[in-house]
Design a protein around this ligand. Structure first.
Ligand SMILES: *Cc1c(COP(=O)(O)O)cnc(C)c1O
Length: 469
């Protein structure tokens, strides 16, 4: 292959700039971005020739130089964070942003964050206030706690609690509760970061009251109980309930810390879902401080909420770490709005998207599935589309064994293999994230909002194409 012949055919940068197609790009986009794209594309081509690439490939790349440049420029300007349609049925999908927040809150949020607000300004006193003040009373009212704060996430909350209450001392934790939660949150590591020393007690499956009792020394600064959110040990097991641990803690004048993980505020068993310990119950059982996530079963913004005894919360507010993990105005505003919904439980179940999806009657999900199926049939898509009963999961490390009966569509394209269809769905302008089951695409309709049905129909029509019937 005559490499020089090909090198000579790569247009010079200044000549490329003169091309009308590139002039068009320059009219719309920044000069430096366009020139950088030209350089990148021509250099890639040069490298391909130098490496002795196949001649037909070099020819194709030479012919496609302008579209390649345009593609590179456009990708710089493309926003990468976008809405997706969640067809997985997993309600708290950590990769998909966990809890969606209520559309009704958005107008209020917009008013607050696009201008100034009293985030940290006490309007009555005309002086500096606290960002927690906007939701502290609500949290106390709903959970029965004396005081409350919120930080960036529950991982930060646990770190703050331990670093404030247990630093420099020993903290007994059951071996059955030394969990790892997704994204590198591990109890032993957090403990180490906080400056407290972990004292393992009991065994993986059984920890007795006496194990804690025997572990308490002069150096003990707190007792910690961790909810094993994302896994369950079943069979020959025993753990010590908070109600008993709190007696032991009180006897030794120690705080009992409970990391609840999900932190539900309502009794889910009323809605046919397995009972999950509520924040209220944890406090009633004698936990001194309880921490939980804002964007798991609570259904609010990403946050780590701490509720409990005023003396402990006041000390946390003064911890210098607090400044590094404090919440911003989006979170403060959305936490207030979310907790406000909980003033009335019935209202919360209706208004908070996570709770709404969890408690959605099967008939309602099935109606959505039937509507989508009918729309696809009318569009005569080139695919086999069938209704199916499926199972949704809660996700987010909450209630890992829970399966909610749901309804969905199984789709098999006449033209594309299932892996190819799955990829095409992900690459749509509003990507559709689906499950693959038995060589079919499964769309669980529990997590597809009613107002996305039309868009989903249009996108599926485009990807599946029209059939011949
Ligand atoms: C999810 C979870 C965490 C971490 O919470 P984030 O809000 O994701 O930081 C910590 N502890 C437990 C028990 C959890 O379930």
């Amino acid at each position: 292959m005559d490499k020089n012949k090909y090198f000579r055919r790569i247009p010079k940068v200044d000549l490329l700039i003169e091309r009308p197609e590139v002039q068009e790009l320059l009219a719309r986009y920044d000069y430096d971005v366009v020139v950088e794209a030209i350089r990148d594309c021509t250099e890639e081509l040069r490298a391909l020739i130098a490496d002795g690439g196949r001649e037909d490939e070099i020819e194709a790349r030479l012919a496609d130089l302008i579209p390649a440049i345009r593609g590179k420029v456009e990708s710089v300007y493309e926003l990468t964070m976008r809405p997706v349609i969640n067809g997985t049925g997993t309600i708290l999908h950590t990769n998909l942003g966990r809890a969606p927040i209520s559309a009704e809150h958005v107008q209020r949020l917009e008013e607050i964050v696009t201008g100034y607000s009293n985030l940290e300004y006490d309007l009555a006193a005309g002086q500096r206030g606290e960002r927690y003040s906007h939701f502290e009373d609500l949290l106390c009212r709903v959970t029965g706690a004396e005081a409350a704060i919120a930080v960036n996430n529950n991982a930060a909350a646990v770190l703050l609690i331990l670093s404030t209450l247990a630093k420099g001392g020993e903290v007994p934790v059951s071996r059955g509760e030394l969990v790892e939660i997704g994204g590198k949150f591990r109890i032993p590591d957090v403990m180490e970061q906080s400056g407290a020393t972990l004292v393992e007690v009991g065994t993986t499956n059984k920890t007795h009251f006496s194990d804690y009792e025997n572990a308490i020394t002069e150096q003990t600064t707190a007792l910690l109980k961790v909810h094993t959110s994302n896994y369950r040990i079943v069979g020959f097991t025993e753990s010590v309930p908070a109600s008993e641990l709190s007696e032991l803690a009180a006897r030794h004048n120690l705080p009992l810390i409970e990391d609840l993980g999900s932190g539900v505020l309502i009794d889910l068993s009323k809605y046919g879902i397995t009972y999950e310990p509520t924040v209220q119950a944890s406090l009633q059982n004698g936990a001194s401080v309880v921490s939980f996530s804002g964007d798991k079963l609570l259904g609010g913004p990403q946050a780590g909420i701490v509720v409990g005894k005023k003396e402990y919360i006041s000390r946390m507010k003064k911890n210098p770490l607090m400044r590094a993990i404090r919440i911003d105005k989006f979170t403060a505003a959305e936490l207030e709005l979310t907790l406000h919904e909980y003033l009335n439980e019935e209202n919360a179940v209706k208004k908070i998207p996570v709770l709404r999806m969890m408690t959605m009657p099967w008939e309602e999900i099935d109606r959505k599935a039937r509507r989508l199926k009918a729309a696809l049939r009318r569009a005569n898509v080139d695919a086999e589309v069938t209704l199916c009963t499926c199972e949704s999961q809660i996700g987010g490390g909450s209630l890992p064994l829970e399966r909610l009966k749901s309804s969905g569509l199984l789709i098999k394209s006449a033209r594309l293999s299932t892996p190819e269809l799955e990829r095409r769905l992900r690459e749509l302008p509003t990507p559709v994230i689906a499950r693959v089951m038995d060589d079919h695409i499964l769309l669980d309709m529990r997590t597809v909002a009613e107002d996305r049905l039309r868009l989903l129909t249009e996108e599926l029509k485009n990807v599946l194409g029209e059939g011949t019937r």
